[in-house]
Design a protein around this ligand. Structure first.
Ligand code: ADP
Length: 263
């Protein structure tokens, strides 16, 4: 990782002499590698559902008068199409985050309202398969971007539900902790081995590819969280233990706290 990449060029200096120009292009090379990997990952993620749908359509066009086959294939095709839709939606969110101005976290966000919405969404995702709880201190308002916070917190909640087996617990918590304001999602799910934790917010990084895809994951949720957290001058903390569960916390500075607004 410490290797440097140099670009060496020989350019004419005068009629008899030449100059050797050397440029350090290590950073440029790194950016290009990340970009190439990203394009390869997106193509791969889209190719799989497209191949599946294409295969079903070919079979159906060979047997157009077979309603039983159609009934069998339709839900699977819809599932693959939903998978592509989620991926494209997450890609758009990421690209908007990367391209919009850094200072867009400047509206007053009513955390009570946001927590209520997240609870409804968590119940919807869980469909009664988990015990979902909400713990909160007095309602606090935050300077931020409501849409971005909703997207980031929503991803944490969705992960907690998706990586917690039926019968488990998911707790959303919003509290003041000394000089900090903390939003956290705690689950009693499968947990994450320690060595994976530093890489979780990389785009398309997954501990278990099959499990993530199987439960509707795009591999981009925590990359979105990372961007939103940085845009709110906050910090993401992860505590996890395999088989016991995980806690993802977003820690805000007190400076982000806003005066409550009249209803
Ligand atoms: P995905 O769409 O795959 O869930 P994310 O970026 O949201 O992508 O998360 C990256 C990976 O981190 C997941 O694939 C999963 O392995 C792991 N992960 C995230 N949240 C949890 C959690 N609450 N419990 C266990 N593993 C998790």
């Amino acid at each position: 990782p410490d290797e440097r990449v140099l670009s060496i060029q020989l350019v004419p200096f005068d009629s008899t002499r030449k100059l050797i120009l050397s440029r350090d292009i290590t950073q440029l090379e790194r950016v290009q590698t990340v970009h190439r990997d990203f394009v390869a990952n997106v193509s791969h993620e889209l190719r799989t559902p497209l191949t599946v749908i294409g295969g079903f359509l070919e079979t159906l066009s060979d047997m157009p008068d077979n309603p039983a086959l159609l009934r069998q294939f339709l839900p699977m095709m819809m599932e693959q199409s939903r998978r592509m839709q989620s991926l494209v939606e997450d890609l758009l969110i990421l690209s908007r985050l990367e391209n919009s101005p850094k200072n867009s976290a400047n509206e007053k966000v009513n955390m009570s309202e946001l927590l209520d919405t997240l609870m409804v969404e968590a119940e919807g995702l869980s469909q009664g398969r988990h015990q979902i709880r909400l713990q909160r201190d007095t309602p606090l308002w935050l300077w931020g971007n409501a849409q971005e916070l909703h997207s980031a917190f929503g991803n944490l909640v969705s992960n907690a539900v998706r990586y917690t087996p039926d019968g488990g617990d998911v707790t959303l918590c919003w509290k003041e902790e000394g000089e900090k304001l903390v939003f956290s999602v705690k689950d009693s799910g499968i947990g994450i081995p320690r060595e994976h934790i530093p890489r979780l917010t990389e785009r398309f990084y997954r501990v278990d590819r099959g499990r993530s895809r199987g439960n509707g994951g795009t591999g981009l949720g925590l990359a979105i969280v990372k961007h939103v957290v940085a845009r709110h001058q906050a910090r993401l903390e992860v505590h996890s233990e395999p088989e016991r569960g995980s806690t993802f916390s977003v820690v805000f500075n007190r400076a982000q706290m806003a005066e409550p607004e009249a209803a």
